[in-house]
Design a protein. Structure first.
Length: 202
């Protein structure tokens, strides 16, 4: 299996409908290859990147879309969880998940939180921690910048591709007429992460 196209008719596992790296990032790549809105034989929701990897390792699925940072962290601390797995393709780059606070946070507190984050990313005493987490820097971006993530879904929907679950227009509870039914996510087990290319590591 040398390309994404070779996965036609394969079993796909995603972590959850609201994950960009575990579901949405894969959407436009597969939409280009889909026929009559379908590409995979089945799509299952695992609940986490760790469980998606485990599904592939156990032979319950053939492919999963895994966040690059998660994949590298697993490679570093739990290499056995990647045994028999390989990266097949890469999705388009996108913004990392943001750090958020309450809408009730006042401006002064917000500035303190921002300063604390920037101080942490520049503190030489935390260099080892940053390296372990693959953190390089932070950047302040406007909320509308994350609209680029919605474009991944929009592009696929415009092509008539509804197979992968999506937060609004093709949810996990979608009727067969709107997309492939997806098994409900189950609670994530406390174990490590596996193939494809994520949000959290357990």
């Amino acid at each position: 299996m040398g390309s994404l196209a070779d996965l036609r008719g394969a079993r796909c596992v995603v972590n959850e409908a609201t994950s960009h790296s575990g579901t949405n990032a894969l959407r436009p790549l597969v939409a280009e290859l889909a026929r009559d809105g379908r590409f995979f034989a089945s799509v299952t929701a695992s609940g986490s990147h760790s469980d998606s990897l485990e599904h592939v390792r156990a032979g319950k699925a053939d492919v999963a879309c895994i966040d690059t940072v998660v994949f590298e962290l697993v490679r570093k601390v739990r290499p056995d969880h990647l045994a028999g797995l390989r990266a097949l393709a890469r999705t388009q780059p996108a913004l990392a998940p943001p750090y958020v606070t309450s809408t009730q946070t006042d401006a002064a507190t917000l500035r303190l939180l921002q300063r604390a984050l920037f101080a942490a990313v520049r503190d030489p005493n935390l260099a080892a921690c940053r390296a372990a987490l693959h953190l390089v820097d932070f950047e302040l971006v406007p909320a509308h910048a994350y609209g680029e993530l919605a474009a991944f879904e929009t592009t696929a929907l415009q092509r008539g591709y509804f197979e992968l679950p999506a937060p609004q227009r093709s949810p996990l509870t979608a009727a067969p007429g709107n997309g492939a039914p997806v098994e409900p996510a189950r609670p994530a087990a406390s174990r490590g992460c596996a193939e494809g290319a994520g949000d959290r590591i357990r």
